[in-house]
Design a protein around this ligand. Sequence first.
Ligand code: ZN
Length: 293
Amino acid sequence: MIQRILILLIIFSFYINTNAQKGKQDIQLLAYNIGFNGVTAGIGSIINKDKNQKWVECFAKGFYQGCLGGLFIYSGKKLIFELNNQKNDLYGWPSKILYYAGASIAENAALNKKFGKYWNIDIWAFRCDFSFGENSYFKARLMVSSIYSAVYLLPKANFDWRRSVMTGTLIFSTNSMINGHYGIAPVKAVGISTYFDNIPGYNEYYVISHELIHTYQFREYQIFNSWLKPFEEKVPKKIKNIFINYLYLDISYMPVFYYLQGGEHNSQYYFKNFYEFEAEHFSTNTFVPLKRF
Ligand SMILES: [Zn+2]
């Protein structure tokens, strides 16, 4: 009897402990998403300030709006777990809408614009920008990274139109190896590599959820483009017009940070890379050990 109680207590304490550890990771990622967007929007707001504006005020305004954007971003990422949990690709849409609402708020703040002035969302290979109210507009530009990815993947994988429609993100699938990986690959820039392990729970919905978080990570670093805004003045008008009207230059900032984290570690330490850790945590909604096995 005592033995049984002891075993139950050990299992229960393990459960509590694991849950507490998972909670810690939740808070860590909440802090990261809020903090990153707050600070980058604050700095962007100073870079893009008018001459008569005080930098402290600009930073404060950019910071708190960026933090708000980060909260939406976190919520959008959190919702991606439902895609895996419910085994329903359609959860890609509400997650995307919530995420891009946050990304728009943060980017708008980094550009030092009035709250809620500009919104954007990436749908398939298009970056869609729009504004409500007076001077409302809508424009869709092809994303350079998507063209690159599609050209890279088309000869190697099949375009998965059903999943692309259901998630709003271009998705390719293949049974053959690409760069040592195989499986399903949502595409936005470098979100092309993925894998299937023969581990229970590591199914196609898990893979899509995990990889979609990578596409979000890629997108949120585009906030650095707002820091480059003053340099736009120096670009010849003809070239600038192409990018204003037809193409969106989504620069691959994120892969640089990814490789600064050591790139892909071996499978035992795979989640030591922060971006892998974040993708795994949001797609599985569980405690992610930094050392496996
Ligand atoms: Zn990954």
